[in-house]
Design a protein around this ligand. Structure first.
Ligand SMILES: Cc1cc2nc3c(=O)[nH]c(=O)nc-3n(C[C@H](O)[C@H](O)[C@H](O)COP(=O)(O)OP(=O)(O)OC[C@H]3O[C@@H](n4cnc5c(N)ncnc54)[C@H](O)[C@@H]3O)c2cc1C
Length: 494
């Protein structure tokens, strides 16, 4: 059946079509799980991006959907996507709304899907150490349940207490604070179930390590709702560690700290967490946690068995000594671990009218020192007239490199909202161009959303056309979270 197209590429649906759409959706999820209330629509669109925060701060409208639905099962999501395909209206999924890239903005109207009622633990397999969950489960709620049986899903993003869901973490390729040892969300996933247009349920293979063709799992992961709605996921678990050790060192310069981190990783010592703060970020952290130190701070957290930690600690100390690291004892690292969500607490997190952005990127060891220096210069010198500040820490490491979690801040945003938004975009343009020209990528763990969509083509070059061809074949009407990942608007007509 083909219904009248509603909202495709043009914004809100016509009231006549909207009425039909609401009734049809109610037939799938129940009338009380469908709403067109303006407040509900605005809540569904909002996330933690600067754009979203700024629009709300200035009392300006967010781009909202026409209707919000609250499914409880995969069958419900199948029905919703089938109806969206029939009407050719956009579908915008939302987990906890803790994203920072404008991924939940309903730029072309349509149906917002609130996934937070899909929050069941389907199965804990204590023999294989895996858990299967509905995608809308809040990661911190799941973690409490797992800890109760001595297990953990080692994915603790800074947004752990902002409602971040397992589906959202997979959709945006998230990283938790212990990703260096345990992997990013995409490495913790064994299998996902998703609903794709025109309302079809698909599952990836039961295990991720196979030689059975291209990787469907990793194609759905990171697709941010542009290919389908992740409805269920099976994730790897770990036993809760027997213990943790905390080490802290001070270095004279960022390059000395980076060289230390490089040696730790290339000698294949694998800390649970390792964080190197430049002077500006150290100052912020030490004042937040009331620590008594200054300069470049390196925090190392080891976990596991006592015997292996003893060996790892010895090896970390030896590498730090090679680069004249000054031992600060366990204190700063322990304080960071205990207060690891503190930098995101309301009284510490930046907020409008400050213009800010986390321009995290990732590169090989050889590129990291130059990338850091270049990004610092780009912000501080390129935007000196605005008094722009730059802070950075390095917090997720790989056998071949690491990520820079860096931020720009401009304390006095222009009064005119258009100018403020334009300045925000110019800062991003400059930061991302520097990342790309120095061996980095547009983003390490916050995803792309609306904010970074315009950088996808410059980043991928001709490979972006191949990605676009996959998207167009998968979602011929372009109804899946349109306007994100640089994939453009919905298309009218098949
Ligand atoms: C204070 C703070 C700290 C943060 N720290 C971290 C951090 O340490 N590590 C990190 O990785 N991120 C971090 N983030 C970013 C954010 O929390 C993550 O991107 C998180 O994974 C988003 O999950 P969510 O459920 O809130 O997704 P949402 O914000 O609801 O959605 C994010 C994107 O994914 C899509 N989506 C959501 N659910 C699904 C689904 N089931 N299927 C398909 N698409 C879906 C949405 O359409 C949107 O495009 C932080 C954010 C804040 C505000």
């Amino acid at each position: 059946m083909t219904r009248p197209a509603a909202g495709t590429g043009a914004g809100a649906a016509h009231p006549f079509v909207l009425g039909q759409l609401v009734r049809d959706l109610g037939g799938v999820v129940g009338a009380d799980s469908v709403s067109t209330d303006a407040t509900a629509l605005a809540e569904q669109s909002a996330d933690w991006s600067w754009m979203s925060q700024f629009l709300r701060y200035r009392d300006l409208p967010l781009p909202v959907a026409d209707v919000v639905v609250r499914p409880q099962s995969t069958e419900h999501v199948e029905g919703i996507v089938r109806i969206a395909s029939e009407y050719r209206v956009p579908v915008v999924p939302r987990g906890g709304g803790s994203g920072t890239q404008g991924g939940t903005f309903a730029l072309y109207g349509g149906i917002a899907i609130d996934l937070t009622r899909m929050n069941r633990i389907v199965e804990v397999d204590e023999s294989s150490l895996t858990v299967t969950v509905q995608a809308g489960i809040d990661g911190s709620v799941l973690e409490k349940e797992l800890n109760g049986v001595g297990l953990t899903l080692p994915h603790y993003p800074g947004s752990h207490h902002f409602g971040a869901t397992i589906g959202g973490s997979l959709a945006a390729r998230g990283s938790g604070v212990v990703s260096t040892k345990y992997g990013k969300a995409e490495q913790l996933a064994l299998q996902v179930e998703a609903v794709v247009p025109p309302g079809r349920r698909i599952s990836t293979l039961p295990v991720p390590n196979h030689a059975a063709g291209p990787d469907l799992l990793q194609t759905l992961i990171g697709s941010e709702g542009t290919l389908g709605i992740i409805t269920e996921a099976t994730m790897r678990l770990e036993p809760l560690p027997e213990g943790r050790r905390f080490l802290s060192f001070q270095f004279a310069t960022v390059p000395a700290g980076l060289e230390t981190a490089r040696l730790i990783m290339t000698r294949r010592i694998v800390p649970a967490a390792m964080r190197l703060y430049d002077e500006a970020d150290s100052a912020k952290l030490t004042s937040m946690l009331s620590l008594d130190m200054a300069g470049v701070l390196l925090i190392v957290v080891l976990d596991g068995h006592e015997s292996s930690m003893t060996l790892e600690e010895e090896r970390v100390r030896a590498v730090c000594a090679l680069n004249d690291g000054v031992d600060l004892g366990a204190g700063p690292a322990q304080a960071w671990w205990d207060g690891k969500y503190e930098p995101f607490a309301k009284h510490n997190a930046p907020a409008p009218p400050v213009v800010f952005g986390t321009t995290d990127t990732c590169a090989r060891f050889a590129a990291l020192p130059g990338l850091y220096e270049a990004k610092k210069r780009t912000i501080e010198e390129g935007f000196a007239e605005y008094g722009a500040r730059y802070t950075a820490h390095f917090s997720h490491w790989y056998p071949w490199g690491g990520m820079i979690y860096d931020r720009f801040y401009v304390d006095d945003a222009p009064d005119d909202p258009d100018e403020a938004l334009a300045l925000h975009d110019r800062l991003w343009d400059a930061a991302v161009a520097t990342s790309l020209s120095h061996g980095g990528v547009i983003n390490e763990h916050h995803g792309v959303g609306l904010k970074l969509g315009r950088f996808m083509r410059p980043q991928y070059g001709s490979a972006f056309d191949v990605m676009l061809a996959v998207k167009n074949a998968w979602d011929p009407d372009g109804i899946m979270n349109p306007g994100k990942l640089g994939f453009g608007a919905p298309r009218s007509g098949r």
